[in-house]
Design a protein around this ligand. Structure first.
Ligand code: C5P
Length: 219
């Protein structure tokens, strides 16, 4: 017997992290960002100098790594990587690392331990299909590639970062969608019992409110 679990899955840049955080706050649940774990491992692999296709070496590295998530920070092997895991370098490599069987096996195990008492909002690509298939509420959050690229560009400009063209962002997002949806192990899929929310014309607050309402109806 455990407390409820909310699973939020969807493609890159659909607003999952922001929404999941706000839903967790509104419902008094913990927030688990599983993408941050794949990003932290990717950062570690890049630091290690291992080849990205050295699955045996990477498996060994991951099995010895310790990942810590606090509400605001991400740590791996005692290093604070909160900022570093958002770099373009990590973002462009993470799909290749997250497709590897040993990496997924280890991180899914940690995610399931993290959530075994429930009371969490977990966000990623395979939460409703694989990590927590018994979640009480499953959301599949989408938006068009154009809208996701536009939001990314806005994020960059708010952060005062060098501007990247919309075309380039659309290409990067489409490429990550393609890789995450076509890998052989736990590809990005809408679970049959997930509720899809298409967010092109919805604000963060509106998406959050819908999910909170669904939770209150169902749980
Ligand atoms: O959500 P975020 O963009 O931070 O995720 C980064 C990458 O981590 C995704 O593109 C995907 O390759 C991988 N990922 C995954 N399974 C999850 C969460 C993220 O494969 N549950």
């Amino acid at each position: 017997d455990r407390a409820p679990i909310v699973a939020i899955d969807g493609p890159a840049g659909a607003g999952k992290s922001t929404v999941a955080r706000q839903v967790a706050r509104a419902l008094g649940l913990l927030y688990l960002d599983t993408g941050a774990m794949y990003r932290a491992v990717t950062w570690l692999v890049l630091q290690s100098g291992l080849a990205l296709d050295d699955e045996v070496g990477i498996a060994e590295l991951v099995s010895r790594a310790s990942i810590d998530l606090t509400p605001t920070e991400v740590w791996i092997n005692e290093q604070n990587v909160t900022q570093a895991i958002r770099s373009i370098e990590v973002t462009s490599r993470v799909s290749a690392i997250s497709a590897q069987r040993a990496v997924r096996r280890e991180l899914v195990k940690q995610q399931q331990q993290w959530g075994n008492k429930g009371g969490i909002v977990a966000e990623g690509r395979d939460i409703g299909t694989h990590v927590f298939p018994n979640a009480e509420l499953k959301i599949f959050l989408t938006a068009s590639v154009q809208e996701r690229a536009r939001r990314r560009q806005q994020d960059f400009s708010v952060q005062g970062e060098q501007s990247v063209s919309l075309q380039q962002l659309e290409r990067d997002i489409s490429e990550r969608d393609r890789a995450d949806s076509n890998r052989s192990i736990s590809p990005l899929r809408k679970a049959p019992d997930a509720i899809e929310i298409q967010s092109d014309r919805l604000s963060i607050a509106e998406v959050t409110e819908r999910i909170v309402n669904l939770y209150q109806q169902k749980v």
